[in-house]
Design a protein around this ligand. Structure first.
Ligand SMILES: [Ca+2]
Length: 135
């Protein structure tokens, strides 16, 4: 479940439904992705309840006319960077990730940052939804 503003979403991620969610992540709706900015938009999410976890569930939905302009990264609390998407799929609209992110260490609590960069001027989009929880 994810609550923000006046909206509550439940069961948006089929994978998340199959496991107990130990903690709430965070979610945003309609957050603009800066056009022509490789730094992009940073979405900090504090993960709790995962002191013995090596995996997280990530549910990310982007609306954009061309996913080939987008880079999606996740930065762990320890500074490690994971690349989830790097400008593949030119001309294909939108991008979604709903699945497991595995890390080579134990304990996933702390402040994570999901970042979405659109380094190509022209064509802009929004982050429709993001949620990151320990599994
Ligand atoms: Ca663009």
């Amino acid at each position: 479940m994810c609550t923000t503003g006046r909206q509550t979403l439940i069961g948006q991620c089929p994978l998340a439904q199959s496991v107990g969610i130990a903690s709430e992540g965070a979610c945003v709706f309609g957050e603009r992705i800066p056009d022509g900015s490789t730094a992009g938009v940073l979405l900090p999410i504090v993960v709790a309840g995962g002191s013995s976890s090596t995996q997280l569930a990530l549910d990310l939905r982007l609306r954009h006319p061309d996913r080939g302009q987008l880079k999606v990264r996740v930065r762990a609390p320890n500074g490690a960077q994971l690349s989830l998407h790097d400008r593949s799929g030119a001309g294909v609209p939108d991008f979604a990730w709903c699945g497991t992110v595995r890390v080579p260490w134990t304990g996933v609590n702390g402040r994570w940052i999901v970042s979405v960069g659109d380094g190509v001027a022209g064509g802009e989009g929004t982050v429709e939804y993001v949620n990151l929880t320990a599994r």
